[in-house]
Ligand binder design. Structure first.
Ligand SMILES: Cc1cc2nc3c(=O)[nH]c(=O)nc-3n(C[C@H](O)[C@H](O)[C@H](O)COP(=O)(O)OP(=O)(O)OC[C@H]3O[C@@H](n4cnc5c(N)ncnc54)[C@H](O)[C@@H]3O)c2cc1C
Length: 413
């Protein structure tokens, strides 16, 4: 039987791949393997995101999201520039639709400053009109450091570099069961067995199930929230040179339907956030029996319905009715016409929900036996992925190379 890997990472999304890279850098003497169930890396959340490099203005000061978004953003841009991956700092305007939203804009300005982002400033209706004549609003927060990137290209490039340096990236292997032994883990799937002294679970939409298979009762369950996008007609592209967001609801970890110029020159509207009945269901109405059964048994489902029922109904409508979706876009950009909504695409977010039905707002990493489980890494985890990876390696007790500062603060819940 072959020797066990020193480390196996389950999941070849951007978090798993960057984690492999960090461990390999810190311990080049270790054998590292990434097991990915699809035939290519980055095909789930990493390949279905808005492609935004977040700046860190939204997140509660002191939270992991706040710190890792900022650290990760810098490392990601540096990587993309070095590897010639399309990335552009186009800036963002968070637009208040009416006066009732201005206090929340103010709150984000405070958060930005508490998070160490100095370049953010408030702009009034006149400047907003000058910069984006078609956009409706009474004021905005100007966030020059936000950007756009090709995340699937980052994942593919990470895979290439890892493989070049001797890290094994094995695709087409779904880890279905795991057994702990004296020398670590035996992971099985697709008729194959791989052994590992230490495992990091970065399985995204399946992370709580993988944790359960490894004997960990995760404090949260993953509930899928589908986000639908529309590619907008080419006539509109020139009008929106930067990201344009509404003011998000402070009680939700979702940012609202926004406008995103893409690195390939297109313009996207979306995503909404519709509760989904299948973890990898990319079409509205898609469901699977297993997920339905899990939702029925999960104590948080009732609380979720109670707390977010109205929100869920609105977001479902936006998935089913183009008219509702158009209305959401028109709250910030009234000029959009029904025939401007072009091709539709979707992504599914892995959003952790607590047993009382509340949505977990921060990244969550849980410790298991000879393992770490990333059980909540929704947006901005693609932006933060390189920093999340450093944090995971710190948590595993693998020291940083000399001269690099170790990250501080809470890692686990
Ligand atoms: C609609 C949408 C918009 C978003 N927009 C942004 C954005 O603009 N900016 C941003 O920073 N973030 C954004 N995000 C969030 C971001 O995409 C995710 O936080 C990030 O991609 C998470 O990466 P991951 O590696 O944890 O998960 P994933 O990319 O989902 O990777 C997990 C991998 O694990 C594999 N896997 C699962 N189970 C197994 C198993 N049993 N065995 C082997 N492999 C397994 C899967 O196939 C998958 O490849 C968005 C997400 C969505 C859905």
């Amino acid at each position: 039987m072959s020797e066990p890997f020193d480390l196996v990472i389950i999941g070849g999304g951007i978090v798993g791949l960057s984690t492999a890279r960090v461990f390999h850098r810190r311990r080049p003497d270790w054998t590292v393997g990434v097991l990915e169930k699809e035939e290519e890396v980055g095909l789930h959340q990493t390949g279905h995101s808005s492609g935004v490099v977040h700046s860190g203005v939204y997140y509660r000061p002191g939270s992991l999201k706040a710190r890792l978004c900022l650290e990760g953003r810098a490392a990601l841009i540096d990587f993309a520039e070095r590897e010639r991956i399309p990335v552009r700092t186009v800036g963002k305007l968070i637009v208040a639709g009416d006066d009732s939203e201005l206090p929340r804009l103010e709150e984000f300005a405070h958060r930005a400053s508490a998070n160490g982002i100095d370049s953010v400033r408030r702009i009034g209706p006149r400047e907003l009109k000058d910069r984006l004549p078609g956009v409706a609003g009474v004021g905005a927060l100007d966030v020059p450091t936000a950007g756009i990137i090709d995340y699937p290209a980052v994942a593919r490039r990470l895979r290439e570099l890892l493989q070049k340096e001797g890290v094994v990236v094995e695709t087409g292997l779904t880890v279905r069961s795991a057994a702990a032994g004296a020398d670590g883990w035996r992971l099985e799937g697709n008729g194959k067995e791989r052994r590992a002294r230490f495992v990091v679970n970065c399985a995204g939409l399946q992370a709580d199930l993988v944790a359960a298979a490894m004997g960990v009762r995760s404090p949260v369950a993953i509930v899928p929230f589908r986000g639908d996008f529309f590619h907008l007609s080419p006539r509109l592209k020139e009008s929106i040179p930067c990201l344009v967001y509404p003011v998000p609801d402070p009680d939700l970890p979702f940012l609202g339907v926004h406008l995103t110029p893409t690195v390939d020159g297109g313009l996207l509207a979306g995503p909404n956030a519709a509760l989904a009945l299948s973890r990898e269901g990319y079409r509205p109405g898609q469901w699977d029996l297993e997920q339905l059964a899990r939702m029925a048994l999960f104590p948080g489902t009732l609380g979720l319905a109670r707390r977010y029922g109205r929100f869920a109904a609105r977001e479902w409508m936006r998935s089913w009715s183009r008219g509702s979706y158009l209305e959401a876009i028109r709250t910030i950009w009234p000029d959009v016409r029904p025939d401007d909504l072009g091709v539709r695409s979707s992504g599914v977010r892995a959003q952790a929900v607590r047993a009382d039905g509340s949505l977990e707002d921060d990244f969550v990493i849980v410790r298991g036996e000879r393992a770490l489980h990333v059980v909540n890494a929704p947006s901005p985890a693609a932006t933060a992925s390189f920093a999340i990876a450093e944090r995971i390696a710190d948590a595993a007790g693998v020291p940083r190379p000399l001269g690099e500062e170790s990250s501080k603060g809470p890692t686990f819940i």
